[in-house]
Ligand binder design. Structure first.
Ligand code: NAP
Length: 243
C-alpha cells in the first residue's frame, strides 16, 4: 500500500508532539484525522496543516469521554470505511503527582485515566476500522519513564524523576502494547510503544532538550512501519529500550 493511501488518527494533536506527528504524517501524504479535546484549538491546528497543503480533517475527541470516541469512530467509518494508523499520543502530567510516598491519589487516578485507560478505550473503539485496513499500525506514545528497568537503575536519570502516577501510567501503557501486540501477532496490525525523548513542550514547561520535530520522529517512524516490520517493541529514535 502506498503511503499516500493511509488514513491516520492522532489524539491530542492540537499542539506539542501530537501536532508535529500529524504534520509529518500529512507531509508524507497521509490523510490525517486530527483530534483534540478542545474544538477551537483543534480546528486552528487543522487550518495550519491545510495551509501547508495537507489533507486533514477534524474530529473532537477527549480520550476520557466515550461519546467523543464513538463520534470519531462514526466519522471515520462513514468518511473512509477504515483506519490505517492510530497514534495514541494524548497525555498529561498532573501538578500534584510526585514521589511514591506522597503523590495525590487524585493526580494518580486522573493520570491513569488519561494516559492508560484513554488509549485502551480509543484503541478498542477503532479496532474494527483498523481490521479493515490492509496494513495497520498502532503507536502508543509512551516514555522512557515507563521503563521499570530504567526507573530501577539508580545511575539512570529516569530513577531521579519522582512522578509515580505518570511513570506508572506509561509502564501500564507499555503492558497494553505488549498484550495487544501478542493478541494481534498473526494479523496485519502492528502495535508498538514510542518514547519521544525529553522534548520541549507544555508538558514540561518547555524544559526538554529536544525540538518537537525530534520528539515526533520515532512515533512517525513506527506509524509508517513497513508491512513486515516488528510488533510489540519499545524504542526511542536511537535504540530499543528495556521494558
Ligand atoms: N515532552 C516530552 O518530553 C515527552 C517525553 C516522553 C513522552 N511524552 C509523551 O508525549 C505525548 C505528547 O505530550 P507533549 O509533550 O506533546 O505534551 P503537550 O504539549 O502537553 O500535549 C499533550 C496533548 O495531550 C492532550 N490531552 C491531554 N488530555 C487529553 C484528553 N483527555 N483527551 C484528549 N487529549 C488530551 C492535550 O490537550 P490540551 O491542549 O487540551 O491539554 C495536548 O494536545 C504524551 O503522551 C506524553 O506523555 C512527552
Amino acid at each position: 500500500m502506498s503511503k499516500l493511501d493511509r488514513i491516520a488518527l492522532v489524539t491530542g494533536a492540537n499542539k506539542g508532539i501530537g501536532f508535529e506527528v500529524a504534520r509529518q504524517l500529512s507531509q508524507t501524504g497521509c490523510t490525517v484525522v486530527l483530534t483534540s479535546r478542545n474544538r477551537e484549538q483543534g480546528e486552528n491546528a487543522v487550518a495550519k496543516l491545510k495551509n501547508e497543503g495537507g489533507v486533514v480533517y477534524y474530529s473532537q475527541l477527549d480520550v476520557c469521554a466515550p461519546n467523543t470516541i464513538a463520534a470519531t469512530h462514526k466519522f471515520i467509518e462513514l468518511k473512509f470505511g477504515r483506519l490505517d494508523i492510530l497514534v495514541n499520543n494524548a497525555g498529561i502530567i498532573e501538578s500534584t503527582d510526585g514521589p511514591a510516598s506522597a503523590a495525590s491519589m487524585d493526580a494518580i487516578e486522573k493520570t491513569l485515566k488519561t494516559n492508560f485507560l484513554g488509549p485502551i478505550q480509543v484503541t478498542q473503539a477503532m479496532l474494527p476500522l483498523l481490521k479493515k485496513s490492509k496494513h495497520a499500525s498502532i503507536v502508543n506514545v509512551s516514555s522512557g519513564l515507563g521503563s521499570l528497568t530504567l526507573n530501577g537503575d539508580e545511575t539512570h536519570m529516569c530513577s531521579q524523576v519522582p512522578y509515580v502516577g505518570y511513570c506508572a501510567s506509561k509502564a501500564a501503557l507499555n503492558m497494553f502494547t505488549v498484550k495487544l501486540a501478542f493478541e494481534l501477532k498473526d494479523t496485519h496490525i502492528k502495535v508498538n510503544s514510542a518514547d519521544p525523548g525529553y522534548t520541549a513542550t507544555d508538558l514540561n514547561n518547555n524544559q526538554g532538550y529536544q525540538s518537537i520535530e525530534e520528539g515526533a520522529a520515532e512515533t512517525v517512524r513506527l506509524a509508517l512501519i513497513e508491512e513486515n516490520g516488528p510488533t510489540g517493541t519499545y524504542s526511542d529514535k536511537e535504540a530499543v529500550l528495556p521494558w
